[in-house]
Design a protein around this ligand. Sequence first.
Ligand SMILES: *[C@@H]1O[C@H](CO)[C@@H](O)[C@H](O)[C@H]1NC(C)=O
Length: 444
Amino acid sequence: MKKWLKPWITFFSSTVSVTWNVATADPPDDVTSLLHLNSLKSPDLYVIGLQEVYSGPLRFVSDLVFDNPWSLLFMSALAPRKYIKVSSIRMQGLLLLFFSKLEHVPFIRDIQATYTRTGVFGYWGNKGGVSIRLSFYGHMLCFLNCHLAAHMKYATERVDEFEYIMDTQTFECEKAPRIIDHRLVFWFGDLNFRIQDHGMHFVRTCINNQTYNLLWSKDQLIMMKKKEQMLQEFEEGPLDFQPTYKFDLNSDSYDSSGKKRKPAWTDRILWRLRPKASTHDEPHGNTLDASEVKQDMYTSIMEYSISDHKPVVGIFTLELRKMYKTPLVRLQAEGDWSADIDAVVLYSPLQPFPSSTWDWIGLYKVGFTSVSDYITYTWVKDDEVAINEEVIQVYVSKEEIPVQGEECMLCYYSSTLQCIIGISEPFKVSNIASAHSCLFLTSS
Ligand SMILES: *[C@@H]1O[C@H](CO)[C@@H](O)[C@H](O)[C@H]1NC(C)=O
């Protein structure tokens, strides 16, 4: 069958991206409007990039974000809605979090995260970029969260820093070793570009009149895009919201301090589809057309006032063809599970994958926050008994099931691929009372 005749499943994936310089503030109590939790019909992905997250003096790079109050906040808001944190990376104040709706998790592979520090001799302090790359249903996506040099006069340095990150940041991935090799890149952050030339009075009048378009031609990023090839390949929606910097804390009014900084669109979200010309197409036709990425919303959220920056949110619809329709592994709980009888997991590999003795199956409560949030786990190879070639049984001893009356799920974690490759349907682990009567009946 010819490639283009294959019955690809096209689906519309909705992605919410957030960028916010939080100015070392403690997290707010509520992220409902930041994440549009009440207004959107459960988007597929959330990508959240923060800058200036408070970090102690010693930690430079850390993947251990469990103790980070911002990560905990987003996990606790999204986990009950059936999203898990798939990946995260932190470099000092830069934090990037990637969440996916559970149903997509077995189709997210080749997940890698990395960072680049910029600034000559650390002169600019903790600036740079952190990124997460992955394959989403076979499409290579990359998310880059940057914090670039501050101050009006450093526009060229900001572009240099960005190009340095693009040039030097690499992944262990044959098909897409650099950021620009990815089919779709989202670039966001506190890019720190300012509004040049116009005086304070004109800028403020335009903001009051909501005639933002009169400021666009003097926005440094828009100006730089005219000169720099690399920037031209990135698209951005119209800046139809008021500049997000710099506000007095706990207020919606711009800097009233002695410095009176001119308002600016420092916080931005851009995207880049790999130009068709440079594609040496993968065998599976890993392509998206420009028309297949649509920005549905690009705005700031004014109600958050803990920082001198307002958060910026971009909502995108990606029209994707699913390159794979089934997970690598199907798994299910066999029979009734309860806290006082040994249990059995059944799994079947649906496609060949590099299995390992370090593969494990985790038991999770429905509403878990990430792959490490398991109740218990079992090594697949140690405890497995093959029934036949298709279905494999794995025992879980009752001592390892410390839950009662909980809705649970099973996830197969591939140690070689370093991701979840199969998820079971939810099932109930029954309480001890009913399990006893069940034991009594079966043993009599
Ligand atoms: C702002 O609005 C006022 C009143 O409509 C108008 O006179 C003025 O020219 C406008 N200025 C700008 C910069 O948009």
